[in-house]
Every structure is written in structure tokens, then in C-alpha cells.
Design a protein around this ligand. Structure first.
Ligand code: SAM
Length: 288
């Protein structure tokens, strides 16, 4: 047993005590990050190589700073994204919605599909689509300047490890309500993970203190931004174009009706995430 494995066991107990959801995994990821090895190689770190900065980073996690802010990195489908203060950390549930969109774009009989990602944050959805749908042109819209600086960095970084994405994700500084005025009726797919938490809902410290407020709160019922996305999608989509919008688990029925009650939407459907909870709604725009 190396010293590092003993220290990881102590750190795991401290993180569990602090209420961290996956204390062992987090302690191992931090240890691997500090020592510059993969998680599976931790047992190879010699006692003399133990880096005491491990305990500085464990203390940050104990204070409920998100793991991804500590390592500076997160993974979303096949992309690797830099994240930190001022940007929303992409979540695994959004990967499911993005996978749905990628499947539909791959099936579409369109040479170079045009996509709008409304509220791109780190650029996660836009970059995953650019990477997995090599002919897609993705317009990534973001109002927050700090979030945009992370997206810009991730777009440039992705062009390094996935050169086929270069030049195919365009970042727009705009409120999504008025975004992409030149693309009315010309977009094949609109996708968004907007702010959708009802004001006053209780969220874990990692979310409340580190995700930007503008990424979280969606008004009294949480649906303010989703109503805007519905109207914007109707403005942007060409006939037979598709929309996908993420929402909170209890909002499936309400978001279904945001679309189903408006003219022009067909095939409105609820979809679940990997945990079996309602997570996103999709619809097809086919005005009469
Ligand atoms: C929940 S985060 C999602 C970020 C990213 N798409 C993801 O899934 O990881 C919502 C994003 O929408 C942005 N946003 C919120 N309201 C907006 C608006 N009216 N116009 C443009 N962006 C907005 C926020 O700044 C935030 O980056």
C-alpha cells in the first residue's frame, strides 16, 4: 500500500463527512490530477512522490467547490472542455438530449445542416454536434461575456484535437430572444439547455455558489426561458425543422404544453434521461 492510497482513504472519509456525493471517486480524481497520472495508475505513485498539494485540493472539494473547477476540465460526449468560475459545468443528462439531436442530424437529408445552440455556456452542445456531425454548421448563442470567454477557449481547443470542427462553430454575443436575425426560417435544428430552475428551489452548494445565476433560474415556475426558446425556435426553424429543449424532471408535462399549445408544432414528445426522469422535449415545426 502506498502512502497516497492511505491518504486517499482519509480524504474519502473527509469528503463523505462534508456531504460530497461520490467521495471516493472525487478523492481519486483529485489525486490523479495533482500527481499527473491516470486514476488507474495511482498505486504506482511512490511514497516519496506524494504531493502535499493533494490536501489543498481536497480542502476545496470539502468546501463543496465543484470537482470540475478543481481539475479545470470536464468531458461531454467526445469533447474535453475547460471550465471554471463564470461558466455552467455541463451535465451528463444534457449528453442524452445532444445524442438525440446528433442522431436526427445524421438522418436528415440535408447536405450541411444549420444548428442553433441557444445559451451555449462552455460550448458543450455546440462542440459535440460539430464533432459528431462533420458537415453541421453550429451557431452558438450566449449572452454572458464570461461564459463566452470559456466557450471561445473551448472552440479553439477543440479545433486542436478535432480539426474537422475548426470554423464550424460560430459564437454569437446575444440574448437568445433576439438572436440570429439573419437566419429566420433557415435553421434545421434548434437545441437549448436553458435556465429552468424555479426561483426559490433548493440546490446543492456546488450549484448555488459556483454555477452562474444566469444559467440556473427560470422565474417563478422555471419556464420563463423555455417559453422564449419556443417562440425563437418558431422564428428560426425552416418547415420540418426540429427543436430539443432540456427541462427539470418535474416539468415534463408543462414543457410539453408550452409547445403543444402553440400553432405549428407536430410530434411533440417527452424524453427521459439515463435515470429515467423526464428531461427534454422535442418537436417538429410544420406550419399549416
Ligand atoms: C444551463 S446553462 C447551459 C450551458 C450549456 N448549453 C450546457 O448545457 O452546459 C444556460 C446558459 O444559457 C445562458 N443564457 C441564459 N439566458 C440567456 C439569454 N437570454 N440569452 C442568451 N444566453 C442565455 C446562460 O448564461 C448559460 O450559459
Amino acid at each position: 500500500m502506498t502512502l497516497l492510497l492511505d491518504e486517499i482513504a482519509i480524504a474519502t472519509a473527509r469528503l463523505a463527512e462534508a456531504g460530497v456525493e461520490s467521495p471516493r471517486a472525487d478523492a481519486e480524481v483529485i489525486a490523479a490530477h495533482v500527481h499527473g497520472v491516470r486514476r488507474g495508475e495511482l498505486h504506482r505513485v511512490p511514497d516519496a512522490g506524494f504531493d502535499p498539494r493533494f490536501w489543498d485540493e481536497i480542502a476545496r472539494r470539502e468546501a463543496r467547490e465543484p470537482l470540475q473547477h478543481i481539475t479545470g476540465l470536464t468531458y461531454f460526449r467526445y469533447t474535453e472542455l475547460e471550465v471554471g468560475p463564470g461558466v455552467f459545468v455541463p451535465r451528463p443528462e444534457t449528453e442524452v438530449m445532444t445524442g438525440w439531436a446528433i442522431g436526427k442530424l445524421q438522418e436528415m437529408d440535408v447536405a450541411d445542416p444549420v444548428v442553433a445552440d441557444l445559451g451555449t455556456g462552455s460550448g458543450a452542445i455546440a462542440l459535440a454536434i460539430a464533432q459528431e456531425v462533420p458537415r453541421a454548421r453550429v451557431h452558438a448563442v450566449e449572452a454572458d461575456p464570461l461564459a463566452r470567454s470559456w466557450a471561445r477557449r473551448n472552440i479553439a481547443r477543440c479545433a486542436g484535437y478535432a480539426p474537422h470542427t475548426a470554423g464550424r462553430v460560430e459564437l454569437h454575443a446575444a440574448d437568445f430572444a433576439a438572436a440570429l436575425p439573419g437566419l429566420g426560417g433557415a435553421v434545421d435544428l434548434v437545441i437549448s439547455n436553458p435556465p429552468y430552475i424555479p426561483v426559490g428551489a433548493v440546490v446543492p452548494p456546488e450549484v448555488a455558489e459556483y454555477d452562474p445565476a444566469g444559467a440556473l433560474w427560470g422565474g417563478t415556475d422555471g419556464l420563463d426561458a423555455i417559453r422564449v426558446i419556443e417562440a425563437v425556435a418558431r422564428r428560426l426553424l425552416r418547415p420540418d425543422g426540429l427543436v430539443a429543449v432540456e427541462h427539470g424532471a418535474p416539468q415534463g408535462a408543462a414543457v410539453y404544453w408550452v409547445f403543444a399549445e402553440e400553432q405549428g408544432w407536430r410530434d411533440t414528445r417527452n424524453h427521459k434521461d439515463l435515470a429515467g426522469r423526464d428531461r427534454f422535449v422535442t418537436a417538429r415545426y410544420l406550419p399549416a
